[in-house]
Design a protein around this ligand. Structure first.
Ligand code: PGA
Length: 256
């Protein structure tokens, strides 16, 4: 069976509760048709926590998946404002983004915490979508691959030490911090270099874990035409472009 090609829609905090529900209500049928017409397309909508159960309910009998934007690194306990992985599983979440640069910067999430989040997700059969990426300064200092390795290492360690009989799969999204929310993207060659480093690391540390590689950061109808040619690309993580159904449709249709 051919692996799915992902479009992960990271809605961040762009839409309020009602807007998120309207978006799904208005585009439910068209989304299903889009997936049916474009074989192996997997759309994962990541709304806010509060909208997640309702969005999941609206998309229940469709071929569209839902995901969360982050998760607690703890299973339960005195963690005010946090959401546990069991609850995500209870509301039908199949995927969860972790380690997004906005979480790392705004909420000081560390590589170790991201690895702990991954473990929580694996325990509840939710596929982690791990974001990795360097800042502009790190890129300029030639540290891209070192930084990505540092971000991946604790994750690979926890996966390889987890005793589970269930198959674990991992989605890694390369999102250069400097490319998020802007207009610039790395070149195809730069992304392929990072993809090769990620694959190499995974091959050594977690050789039996199936890996999907996504690119994220300023993907839209214009940038994706070049980005789509990236070798080994398993899909895109979309921020702003995911809010406009017509843009999303153009991106999915163009890729096929
Ligand atoms: P962007 O965001 O597509 O708006 O650049 C991507 C992301 O942060 O995941």
């Amino acid at each position: 069976m051919q692996a799915p090609f992902f479009y992960v829609l990271n809605w961040k905090m762009y839409l309020n509760y009602q807007e998120q529900l309207h978006w799904c209500d208005n585009n439910r049928t068209a989304l299903q048709e889009l997936v049916q017409a474009n074989k192996n397309t997997r759309i994962v909508i990541c709304p806010s926590f509060v909208a997640l159960p309702s969005v999941h309910g609206l998309l229940m009998d469709t071929n569209i998946f839902t995901g969360a934007q982050t998760i607690s690194s703890h299973p339960s306990g005195p963690f005010t404002g946090q959401i546990d992985a069991q609850s995500l599983a209870d509301v039908g979440c199949a995927y969860c983004i972790v380690g997004h640069s906005e979480r790392r910067t705004e909420f000081h999430e560390t590589d170790t915490q991201v690895a702990e989040q991954v473990i929580q997700l694996i325990k509840h059969n939710i596929t982690p979508i791990v974001c990795v990426g360097e800042t502009k300064e790190q890129k300029e200092a030639g540290e891209t691959v070192t930084i990505i390795r540092e971000q991946l290492l604790p994750i690979a360690e926890v996966i390889s030490s987890t005793k589970t009989t269930k198959p674990v799969s991992l989605v890694i999204a390369y999102e250069p911090v400097w490319a998020i929310g802007g207009i610039t993207t790395p070149s195809k060659k730069e992304i392929e270099m990072v993809f090769a480093a990620i694959k190499n690391e995974a091959r050594n540390l977690i050789p039996t874990t199936p890996l999907t590689l996504l690119y994220g950061g300023s993907v839209d109808e214009t940038t994706m035409q070049e980005l789509y040619k990236i070798h080994d690309l398993g899909g895109f993580l979309l921020g702003r472009a995911s809010l406009d159904f017509q843009k999303l449709k153009n991106i999915v249709t163009w890729s096929k």
